[in-house]
Design a protein around this ligand. Sequence first.
Ligand SMILES: [Mn+2]
Length: 335
Amino acid sequence: MPDIYHDLQQSFVRKAEWSWTKEAEHKGRVHQWIHTIEEWQQPMENIDVVLLGLPLSRSSISVSGASEYPLAFRKGWKGFQTYNIEEEVDLASLRIVDLGDVNMHGTDIAQCHERIEQATSVVARNFANAVSVNIGGDHSVTACTVRGLNEIYPHETIGILQFDTHLDLRDPSQNGPSNGTPIRQLIEGDVIKGENVYNIGLHGYFNSSDLVQYGKEHGVNMITLKKARQQGMKETVRASLAALKEKVDRIYVTVDMDVLDVSFAPGVPASTPGGMTTHELFDALLEVGKDDRFQHIDFVCLDPLKDGTASPTVKAGVYSFLQVMTGIVLAKKGD
Ligand SMILES: [Mn+2]
């Protein structure tokens, strides 16, 4: 067995507690396209995208069942075809592997964070050429995944494109390693610079002026939703990625699903009125996927336990991920 299985095992990555049985009659659907690493028969170097579940939400400030999202995400795949009618591309050409979930400690949050950091490092080392997709979990996981990357690439500058209603710049000395502090943890830990953070989606009444002040002092690029709408969502994403490319070696994209308007995302505890429409987020994520410099993305804070009966938020979460994949296929085609 290649060392990679051993490495993953050592860093607490475990086969997901649940996976799809492959049936020929469902060929063409997303759940038939994504293989677990155990099912993967081709060389590991051939893999384009790796998925990793981070089922942790004890670190969320508001009560959250985001730990259940990796499972709900996987279950949601069956409702989607790999063919995208608007872009006329089939995702089936993309070689994607589900590595499983980081096995969390029952109660020790610090231990959970340590495991996430370690697992991210191992994934980055073993799949250096693949795009990595992390499925949270609450937003605290982003501090861990970015630290994990920094360990593997200590000489690289990492930049963050953040889709979020919040700055996530609360003070870790008061709020701990929670979902309100990941960006500040990374700035204070010298892992990233504030000026290399581009946050798109800020609006309304959900960030205090002292945190905005902290953001300004550290050069965080705060692009309000109002500004993004004036400029156009696609243009805003393109401009942010272009600016990041000038300054950083590696781009990490973090999608806090609370960036969506609460009417589109009832299954996100911190979503608010006045947020992004699914349409805007899907457009934004297609642009992200098209950009060949982005290598890592996470989706966080989606709580399937709070979702509506037709699972609108989980479906929006799967769709969001697929938009990024579609962008990658378009980029490979040279569009
Ligand atoms: Mn957040």
